[in-house]
Ligand binder design. Structure first.
Ligand SMILES: Cc1ncc(COP(=O)(O)O)c(C=O)c1O
Length: 341
């Protein structure tokens, strides 16, 4: 099976699994799990923040952050294609009672004047704008990287308007490896930020949310309230520590494979557009002469190749540590049968 559907499909390697055998554990709810504490301290340092908390998923990092930063009846601002708006089952409204104002960005990023436009000046009638969210890298915009200066501009504008800022850093480390800009530099402009260990980093469970000590104290209260507090979570945290030590630099391999696949797809006759391939995600649109995205996905699945259809004519392919260049060649050969004839 060549699974290019998502970098969430990675399976923990044997070496990663072995770290579980002798990791020290304790009661995480009481801050007595040494392995989880180590993971949180290391991630807080990596992100240049005072404190951090271990959570089961990236979705919980986003939703807890929204809960801490907002009050019911307020409004958050995010990009139209973002995970928070499209893939969290309306969590912001269900869990925090907030509305969302979507900015139509350019490939996942937007300008500071769009933040000003989306912001609602104080009014007796309007919801109060309270939080700006950005996604680094922008998943459904082809893993696009927010340039540092642009991030600084939008976050500074948001702070000047009195908003809090939050970064969904599910794939922040992809941006770090690609640009050489540190995770702390990117995170500097944000009141909360998290990274996911279950994507390109290859761990089976876990994300770490970071911010000021006060923010994390508040996040802990919501984690406890929502049943996210754990017991001997070192079992999962040990594999995340392994990912920090072993799986960051190698993201460069995923980026070069994605670039090669993207270049080949650009040459196919029945492909209309390929979004710029900044990191490990390739998104492209089929022209009207091609079979539908769903049909292509179905045909490739018969050959044990998994890719994703997002809409009638849009396909997403993601590279990660469980697919290699020869799998990439097989993928291209099979795709060519439908798109380059
Ligand atoms: C950009 C982005 N944010 C958040 C998430 C949610 O992460 P998790 O699957 O760990 O809940 C994902 C997952 O695919 C994602 O791509």
């Amino acid at each position: 099976m060549y699974d290019f559907y998502s970098d969430t499909k990675t399976k923990p390697s044997l070496e990663m699994r072995k770290t579980v055998l002798d990791c020290p554990v304790g009661d995480e709810q009481k801050s007595e799990d040494p392995t989880t504490t180590e993971l949180c301290e290391r991630t807080a340092k990596l992100l240049g923040k005072e404190s951090a908390v271990f959570l089961p998923s990236g979705t919980m990092c986003n939703e807890i952050s929204i809960k801490v930063h907002t009050q019911p009846g307020e409004e958050i601002i995010g990009e139209y294609n973002s995970h928070i708006i499209n893939f969290e089952t309306g969590g912001p409204s269900a869990l925090s009672g907030v509305m969302i104002r979507a900015i139509h960005g350019d490939n996942g990023t937007f300008e500071s004047d769009q933040v000003v436009e989306a912001f609602r000046p104080a009014s007796r009638y309007a919801p109060k704008s309270s939080l700006l969210c950005v996604e680094q890298t922008a998943n459904m915009s082809g893993g696009a990287i927010w340039p540092l200066e642009k991030m600084e501009e939008v976050a500074t504008t948001a702070h000047e308007l009195g908003l809090k800022t939050h970064m969904d850093g599910a794939r922040l480390m992809n941006a770090v490896v690609k640009t050489g800009i540190s995770a702390a530099q990117y995170s500097n402009y944000f009141d909360s930020v998290w990274i996911d260990f279950t994507k390109g980093l290859g761990a089976p469970i876990g994300a770490v949310l970071a911010g000021s000590k006060e923010f994390i104290d508040n996040a802990w209260r919501i984690k406890q309230q929502w049943g996210g507090a754990m017991r001997q979570s070192g079992i999962a945290a040990a594999m995340c520590i392994y990912a920090l030590d072993n799986n960051i630099d190698r993201l460069a391999e995923d980026h070069s494979l994605a670039e090669i696949i993207g270049q080949q797809i650009t040459k196919f006759k029945r492909v209309k557009t390929v979004l710029p391939v900044d990191t490990n995600i390739i998104i492209f649109d089929l022209d009207s002469s091609a079979p539908s995205a769903a049909d292509i996905v179905k045909e490739l699945a018969k050959k044990n190749i998994l890719i994703g259809a997002f809409g009638e004519r849009r396909i997403r392919i993601v590279t990660h540590l469980d697919v290699n260049p020869s799998a990439g060649e097989i993928l291209i050969k099979e795709l060519a049968k439908y798109l380059d004839n």
